[in-house]
Ligand binder design. Structure first.
Ligand code: KG4
Ligand code: ZN
Length: 337
């Protein structure tokens, strides 16, 4: 039996993406970022599903052409089942079901969050479990004990905004555009992270996070100063804000790893692309004698490679889904313990 060829499809938010895998290895991937949302300063759900409808066919055709393959060579279809925007998920799921039915191949519904977590190991046939995962995206900020795929324990989580959301909101307050995370990251490189000390919220008896106070603090700081001062120190303020977020994320994760006896830390999600977070986690894990895994940059933000890779794991264990699975906008990891 040859390694299964899996087509992965991801349409949970504003990236229309497809990837082709042979076994655990990626052959090709295309991620089309929808540009229609830029002028709105955030994702407009109706536009997102309309764009997925328009882009998904050409994107799938594109990966097949790049790979010089055709649909008849595909052994299974992996598709994001949730979490995400209902309409957007539906476009990808319906398309995947149609293909699976037409080609008579298995359908694998994938949890987008699991995709992010295991994106670190794309290409590998072995997973270095157990590990402690810091999952930081636009919708999630969690520290998770990962025993194996499907077996998770929640260690800590945000009590209000997700880290990515904080980046996006502060970018809007500073008027530097959307999406905020990558722009703040870039701007911060020319700023002084010690310019202003924004507050760090932590909880003494828990590994939970909170970022809404920090966001309010940035707003008050902006209101207190002249517009010219803010304009002249944009990079310094961005870097100081980023430092506060990175400081809290990294120190609490290291503390949890220490307390729970973990030797491996895995970063996952869009904010795992942040250059300062990556640098700080590398330094701190080195100091504490821990191992750190950080996903390749192209697998941090939403992509279909991580979905196809999880499809590969499902194919290996023959965990095929029925053609009547539903899109689940609020799908969670199941924290059994
Ligand atoms: O994982 P993701 O692509 O989508 C979700 O599943 O939410 O994460 C998107 C989030 C956005 O909030 C974006 O601003 C943030 O990740 N992000 C970053 C960086 N790149 C993306 N935040 C900080 N620094 C970055 N370089
Ligand atoms: Zn995501």
């Amino acid at each position: 039996m040859h390694e299964p060829i899996i087509l992965g499809i991801e349409t949970s938010c504003d990236e229309t993406a497809a990837a082709l895998f042979r076994g655990p290895e990626i052959i090709h991937q295309i991620t089309a970022t929808q540009l229609v949302h830029t002028s709105f300063g955030g994702v407009v759900p109706e536009y997102a599903s309309r764009e997925h409808n328009k882009l998904l066919g050409p994107v799938v055709k594109g990966v097949l052409e790049q790979a010089e393959m055709d649909l008849s060579m595909i052994d299974g279809i992996a598709v994001t089942q949730g979490p995400g925007l209902a309409g957007s998920l539906l476009v990808g799921l319906s398309y995947a079901k149609g293909l699976a039915l037409g080609l008579d191949v298995p359908l694998y519904g994938i949890n987008h969050i699991e995709g992010h977590i295991f994106a670190n190991f794309i290409g590998q046939k072995d997973l270095p479990t157990p590990f402690l995962c810091l999952l930081v995206s636009g919708g999630h900020t969690q520290i998770i004990h990962v025993e194996s795929p499907q077996s998770y324990k929640l260690i800590g989580q945000t009590r209000d905004d997700a880290a990515g959301e904080a980046f996006d909101k502060v970018a809007r307050l500073l008027g530097i555009g959307y999406p905020g995370g990558p722009l703040i990251d870039k701007l911060s490189r020319s700023g002084n992270a010690g310019f202003h000390r924004f507050p760090r919220s932590t909880f003494p008896d828990s590994y939970d996070f909170s970022f809404s106070g920090l966001k309010t603090n940035v707003l008050q700081y902006i209101q207190k100063h002249e517009a010219d001062f803010i304009r002249n120190h944009l990079a310094d303020i961005a870097a100081s804000f980023q430092e506060a977020v990175v400081d809290v994320l990294s120190s609490r994760t290291i503390q949890a790893a220490h307390d729970l006896g973990h030797e491996r830390i895995v970063l996952a999600g869009g904010v795992a692309a942040n250059s300062r977070l990556r640098q700080r986690m590398t330094e701190l894990t080195h100091t504490h004698g821990l191992e750190v895994f950080q996903p390749d940059l192209r697998y941090c933000t939403d992509n279909a490679a991580m979905i196809a890779y999880m499809g590969y794991w499902k194919a290996l264990t023959k965990k095929q889904d029925s053609l009547d699975i539903a899109a689940i906008p609020n799908l969670k990891l199941s924290f059994g313990g």
